[in-house]
Write a protein that binds this ligand. Sequence first.
Ligand SMILES: NC(=O)c1ccc[n+]([C@@H]2O[C@H](COP(=O)([O-])OP(=O)(O)OC[C@H]3O[C@@H](n4cnc5c(N)ncnc54)[C@H](O)[C@@H]3O)[C@@H](O)[C@H]2O)c1
Ligand SMILES: N[C@H](CO)Cc1c[nH]c[nH+]1
Ligand SMILES: [Zn+2]
Length: 432
Amino acid sequence: MFPVLTESELFSRLKKRAQNFEKVRDAVKKIKEMVLSSGDDGLIKLTYELDGVNLNMSTIKFPPREIEESEKFISPSLKKALDLAFERIFDFHEKMKPQNKLFFDSYGNLMGKIYKPIDSVGVYIPGGSAAYPSSVLMNIVPALVAGVNKIIAVTPPKTEPMNPAVLYALKLCNVKELYTVGGAQAIFALAYGTETIPRVDKIVGPGNVYVSEAKREVSGVVGIDSFAGPSEVVVIADSSANPRWVAADLLAQAEHDENATSILLSCDDSLIEEVRVTLQSFLATLESEKAKLSLFNWGGALKVKDIYEAIEISNRIAPEHLELMVKSPMTYVEYIKNAGAVFLGLFSAEALGDYIMGPSHVLPTSGTSRFSSGLSTEDFMKEMSLISATSTGFLALSHHAGEIAKAEGLPAHRLSLQIRNGREFTGCEPRH
Ligand SMILES: NC(=O)c1ccc[n+]([C@@H]2O[C@H](COP(=O)([O-])OP(=O)(O)OC[C@H]3O[C@@H](n4cnc5c(N)ncnc54)[C@H](O)[C@@H]3O)[C@@H](O)[C@H]2O)c1
Ligand SMILES: N[C@H](CO)Cc1c[nH]c[nH+]1
Ligand SMILES: [Zn+2]
């Protein structure tokens, strides 16, 4: 049952959930040792143990021909939906792409920032229980817009044939390199390389606690995006909200994982009660054990005084998704401090954002939206600063720079400035 909680019960649930995530650290470290010491052999053993699939050196890499032919195995309506999702996600990321910025100061010096794509990226496509063609698009399209040179994908293998929608989404993104390895072992393979899987510069993508913990472990060896772990939603609803719609949105995130969390904050007792009753009846027909466990163990409803109090609590939770199912939701945006994505108003179902609106659904979880953001084109780019000084600019500023060098006790720095001063000027002006 979806419990009604006090504020302290809610926060102790969230604390316990986070502590449970930390418990996988030792298991993940063992997986790391195995991949580092045994490479592909280690991947094959781990895949058998954890996914029950028999791989060998020649089946770790998925045949590109099957990606190419995937279109034949999906319905026209699914193809249309994935094509439209691709287009919308592409368009959104094109519009949001960071632009180079350059300016001249009063001495004619040129300064600014330019963006360059990361060379190689490994993308984790979750696939333990559900198949995620949407995650293919939400991860890879921003990388395409950024201009990443080499994109490779990994996803857990199955005993049955690979999901054709996942393959078609890869085809849309023109990705031909797919390895059928999942979990923490896939992340270590991408970070360190094995005989078959090449190491990459950055790893992105959501996954369960093992995947997210492994990404944390390799951070620094390679770049990673955010901690995008088990899904989360906080719904703030007032009496204008339809309790059945609220219940459906809570359930949608719960069905991802038994470790997902769905939280309702409302000042309306009767809405809370109707949501609980509806959830019970939805659960009876949905028959999702994961959703039941998630709602019972990690979800809950909390009665609040007003919407401002609900937002204050949500800011402390820092959820992956925040839905404002209230009258005039825009009024409250300025008070929201922490959330991966915010959904405003009754029709902004979180599931629309999961699939088709445009922004990536790869978002920070477990309170990490306090300091990190959802996946975007910037994640696939590096920012470089540019500096081009004129002789006038040099003469005006070098003396001050030299003073600071002196204070820092770095005489060679000062020398490199003094040596260029007026008397030794070579006449080589930079050309902008
Ligand atoms: N935050 C986001 O942006 C976002 C987006 C989409 C999905 N998700 C989340 O992705 C996750 C998908 O989870 P999933 O499990 O279906 O797929 P997954 O691909 O993330 O994980 C499956 C892999 O986990 C490994 N694994 C399973 N049990 C293990 C164990 N006991 N020890 C070691 N390794 C083990 C296996 O190797 C398996 O292949 C869900 O939590 C979902 O909520 C998050
Ligand atoms: N809600 C997930 C992020 O937490 C994304 C997703 C993919 N498919 C369905 N939902
Ligand atoms: Zn979802």
